[in-house]
Write a protein that binds this ligand. Sequence first.
Ligand code: CMP
Length: 138
Amino acid sequence: MAQRTFSIIKPDAVRKGYTGAVLAAIEQAGFKILAIKKASISKEQAEGFYYVHKERPFFNDLCTFMSSGPLFLMVLEKDNAIADLRKLMGATNPANAEEGTIRRKFAGSIQENAIHGSDAEETAAFEIGYWFAGYELI
Ligand code: CMP
């Protein structure tokens, strides 16, 4: 059954000019892009988005990084979208990401790792609602 997930092309990938290549990989893997917008987010917006990580040692650096430049916020749809996007992304740390994955190809470090994807249905619902209104999902 068609499922929705939320994704971000992170500031490192946008800065390096990988936006088009990441979008091509997503479309070639069969995802429909229901919504996409370019944004420069504040550190406070990043903190709200990543609140589940607020006790982690990397939280402050992560939120500084996510607010360091433009990024692309997206809602994607396909059968099994959540698991399939995470497979396409590869491991959080690009050093451990499989050959052919987005992070293996485009990520520079565990923090500046090119792309985000929701990890479960509840997180996808929260993350989509954090950045998009229902009428924007087409
Ligand atoms: P993301 O999938 O967006 O979810 C949390 C983010 O925290 C992760 O990708 C990385 O960008 C960042 N991060 C930085 N350090 C770590 C770490 N040691 N473990 C997991 N995530 C990290």
